[in-house]
Design a binder for this molecule. Structure first.
Ligand SMILES: Nc1ncnc2c1ncn2[C@@H]1O[C@H](COP(=O)(O)OP(=O)(O)O)[C@@H](O)[C@H]1O
Ligand SMILES: [Mg+2]
Length: 382
């Protein structure tokens, strides 16, 4: 999968930008605040239908404009696709926070939903902020897991939303009522549904982590020349020591747990057990990387996870996704940079890399790709 070109109109700090891409390696260099990350973000908007950042669509529109238009020509399995996304502010003047926008997504001139875009086109994004997957709270690791899984199994997202809705109802009952009999009667409605959807989530997360553990460790061994073994261990408060449990067993254990702990949940007035409390641990040579790993080791883990992500999507789709690397070159040592660039060139992945300058790339590699100098909302091919 690769983009031939994109065109951005009134998008962030670009008023009118057209870029023709290299099918393999594209490097954007430039000082801070020139628009390098904005270009990577635009590419993700074109394949996801929204920004990878947690922002509102209207922030993508140039400050001095009422509309923005992003378009791109992407090739997947030799089939060309035209993607276009238009964003337009409502005409009536309201305070900025209340202003709504209209978003229209088209693929080959036909209006499409965001979900059909996600289904067809995939990207793997890697930035220094991803270190939070290791250092941050369990909720960030759950988010990482969920995003990975629904890239591959779109149905997962629907089941996750349903689980969250059921969980909210169940928590509301535990919170609202004081009378035990009323609570029990109401839980009776929601608990079986929680178990049904929850068991599916647990099953999928365990399966995914097992696969990721295998693939990412493989990369990790290569990057560290066999010095470090990477292990991802699923943490779930229904089944300890997760092996290859089937859905039926998971749901039986889930049911048992909720029956055993009903008193406790009533006392604490919230749902204490289930995938909403999941986490996973990252071990390097059997030592917890969160507490004992150096910053460099943690970064390398993220690199291995991202490479794992590429392979898992490739396995499902038959083609590699687009690979986007924002400001990570300066964070890796020379050996690791080398490993990464070699891999990108060998696998013929379409890759977009941002960097302050070209110091991190050897001249041989530079010849193999296309370099763009980004400056004040323009990008020139060097
Ligand atoms: N909606 C917008 N309209 C105009 N400019 C924007 C908008 N959003 C962000 N910018 C500008 O884009 C610049 C940041 O670009 P960015 O891609 O993050 O830079 P970098 O090259 O450091 O990655 C900032 O100067 C910011 O003011
Ligand atoms: Mg940036």
């Amino acid at each position: 999968m690769h983009f031939n070109r994109i065109k951005l109109i009134n998008y962030r700090n670009f008023i009118n930008l057209s870029l023709d891409f290299h099918p393999n390696l594209n490097i954007f260099i430039g000082d801070n605040a020139q628009g390098k990350t904005n270009i990577l973000e635009a590419i993700t908007v074109l394949i996801r239908g929204n920004s990878y950042k947690n922002i509102q669509d209207k922030q993508l529109i140039n400050w001095n404009s009422n509309f923005s238009l992003l378009s791109g020509e992407i090739k997947k399995n030799d089939e060309p696709y035209e993607i276009s996304i238009s964003l337009e502010k409502e005409r009536d003047i309201k305070p900025l926070e209340q202003q709504k926008i209209t978003k229209i997504i088209k693929v080959n001139q036909t209006i499409q939903k965001k979900s059909s875009l996600n289904k067809e086109f995939k990207g793997v994004f890697f930035s220094p902020e991803h270190l939070q997957i290791i250092k941050g709270s369990p909720s960030l690791r759950r988010k990482f897991l969920d995003e990975q899984i629904y890239q591959i199994y779109p149905l997962y997202q629907r089941y996750l939303f349903e689980y969250q809705r059921i969980l909210a109802h169940r928590n509301n009952i535990l919170k609202k009522y004081d009378d035990i009999k009323t609570i029990k009667e109401n839980l009776h409605i929601w608990t079986p549904q929680l178990i049904k959807r929850g068991s599916f989530l647990i099953y999928m997360r365990a399966k995914f982590l097992k696969k990721m553990d295998y693939i990412a460790n493989n990369f990790h061994q290569q990057i560290t020349e066999g010095k470090e073994k990477l292990n991802l261990i699923y943490q779930n408060n229904i089944i300890k020591d997760f092996k290859d449990e089937e859905i039926e067993l998971i749901s039986n254990k889930f049911k048992e747990k909720l029956e055993q702990e009903q008193k406790r949940e009533i006392e604490y007035k919230t749902s204490l057990y289930g995938p909403h409390r999941d986490d996973f641990l990252v071990f390097l040579n059997h030592i917890n990387a969160l507490f004992y790993g150096s910053q460099g080791q943690q970064r390398t883990v993220i690199l291995s996870l991202k490479l794992g992500e590429l392979e898992i999507i490739k396995e499902k789709e038959g083609v590699y996704p687009i690979f986007l690397l924002d400001d990570v070159m300066s964070e890796l040592d020379e050996k690791r940079r080398h490993f990464l660039l070699d891999l990108i060139l060998n696998k013929k992945l379409q890759t977009f890399i941002t960097s302050i300058n070209l110091d991190y790339f050897n001249p041989e590699i530079i010849k193999l790709g296309r370099i763009f100098k980004v400056e004040e909302g323009r990008a020139l091919v060097l």
